[in-house]
Design a protein around this ligand. Structure first.
Ligand code: HEM
Length: 403
């Protein structure tokens, strides 16, 4: 059964700005990334839809953050060469094209789980090591630089690295799991699973209207992201390399543990100072509405900066980082560790950018040096991937390089 979503002009414009990504069926939910439509301007209700798998970019990059998400990294088997990689990309492209359009994948043993209007997207990436293992180093985009070590990192192997990335998002986890199972079965002759991370996001409010979601500290998170129709969006996100990688991007996936118990010991004012925004609506401490621009020069009566020198928004802001910007997607995770009897919580932090070095790494270096949040957050995993350009019907992911 298909639902009848309510398309809105704003929603469709959001997609046009993202490079003509099409909707297969339905038509709503084409909001700009779930970054928070300004409630004051009246965001309209939305329902899950079906996103076309085809286009210049993989649609998962600009789609609104899904409620249910799983990221899986895989390592290629030793005998996988360029031709075998091409076979895997053909298989995955066929599977994800079918599933995202609500059709069973070839050989699907549970075809009834393939449904339209589930917001399903599958995004595929290649790690630096993949290019080495398949003799493709000369084709490796310069944008996919190695992420350096940072002082506050406490990285664990079990959340780091990988030759391949699958990022699967949908309106609920059953669809995510079905898609992932088909894709992992396809991959079996070619690769083994390295890690899996799960994360959720609440990008819709109780009225099903898009709003900026919250992380597990309770902060409104995602406000500063560019909208897809902002003129700065394309240069921030899409790689500038001509040739086979045109239309691609890069992603850095950081598993960041958040110490909720320690955070709870702070006063509300201390929590707000750490970021430089209030907790109720996410307004900068120099403003009243979420979308007010933070005034980093504002001083109080004693001449002290209203937004503290070490506040997260000051140190991550483009003006502090030579104009560097990223497109952030946070996914909340929790995990119970039966060995310690403790629950761990955090953010699967995904940073998309045209170029890792001059964008993610530049900002992260600044945060590593002085971010107030370092006291309650610790990166325990890190991985980086080139997100392949999109593909057209009849083609496959990476076909400009492997075809
Ligand atoms: C668990 C870790 C983190 C938490 C809890 C967190 C939280 C936040 C919050 C609440 C905001 C303000 C609202 C918004 O604009 O979204 C923000 C902004 C931002 N954060 Fe983070 N963040 C984390 C990690 C990071 C990391 C690792 C980076 C980059 C390397 C980063 C980069 C940014 C940027 C660029 C902004 C927008 C600044 C602006 O333009 O105003 N954040 N973050």
């Amino acid at each position: 059964m298909t639902q009848e979503p309510r398309p809105t002009r704003r929603h469709l414009l959001g997609y046009a700005g993202a490079g003509g990504l099409g909707l297969v069926a339905g038509g709503a939910a084409g909001i700009a990334l779930g970054l928070g439509e300004d409630p004051a301007t009246g965001a309209e209700p939305t329902v899950p839809t079906t996103l076309s798998p085809y286009g210049p970019h993989q649609p998962g990059v600009t789609a609104p953050t899904a409620r249910a998400n799983r990221l899986v990294a895989l390592d290629l088997r030793a005998d996988v060469d360029r031709d075998a990689l091409a076979r895997l990309m053909r298989l995955w492209s066929g599977t994800l094209a079918a599933l995202t359009q609500g059709r069973p994948a070839p050989g699907d043993t549970a075809p009834d789980l393939a449904q339209a209007n589930t917001d399903l997207t599958v995004t595929v990436g290649w790690g630096r090591s993949l290019f080495e293992r398949t003799g493709l180093v000369s084709a490796r985009p310069a944008a996919l630089a190695e992420v350096p070590a940072f002082t506050h990192d406490r990285l664990e192997e079990r959340w780091s690295g990988g030759d391949l990335l699958l990022m699967v998002g949908a309106a609920e986890d059953t669809t995510v799991n079905h898609a992932l199972r088909r894709l992992l079965l396809d991959a079996e002759p070619f690769a083994t699973q390295r890690w899996e991370q799960e994360g959720s996001w609440r990008g819709l409010d109780a009225q099903q209207s898009p709003h900026t979601g919250r992380n597990l500290f309770g902060q409104v998170d995602g406000t500063g992201n560019l909208r897809v129709d902002d003129p700065l969006f394309d240069p921030t996100v899409w790689a500038k390399t001509p040739g086979w990688f045109a239309g691609g991007t890069t992603v850095v996936v950081r598993r960041i543990r958040m110490d909720l118990d320690l955070w709870d010991t702070l006063t509300r004012a201390e929590q707000e100072q750490a970021v430089g925004r209030d907790l109720a609506v996410g307004a900068p401490l120099t403003g009243t509405a979420e979308t007010d621009v933070p005034d980093l020069d504002a001083r109080d009566e004693q001449g002290r900066p209203v937004i503290a020198a070490n506040a997260h928004v000051r140190l991550s802001h483009p003006t502090t980082n030579g104009g560097a910007r990223i497109l952030r997607r946070g996914l909340n995770y929790t995990a119970y560790d039966a060995r310690t009897g403790r629950r761990e919580a955090g953010l699967v932090f995904c940073s998309f950018q045209a170029d890792i070095d001059s964008q993610f790494t530049r900002i992260q270096q600044r945060l590593d040096q002085g971010d107030a949040l370092n006291e309650w957050t610790t990166a325990i995993g890190s991985a980086a991937f080139a997100i392949l350009p999109g593909f057209t019907e009849g083609g496959f992911l990476g076909d400009r390089l492997l075809g």
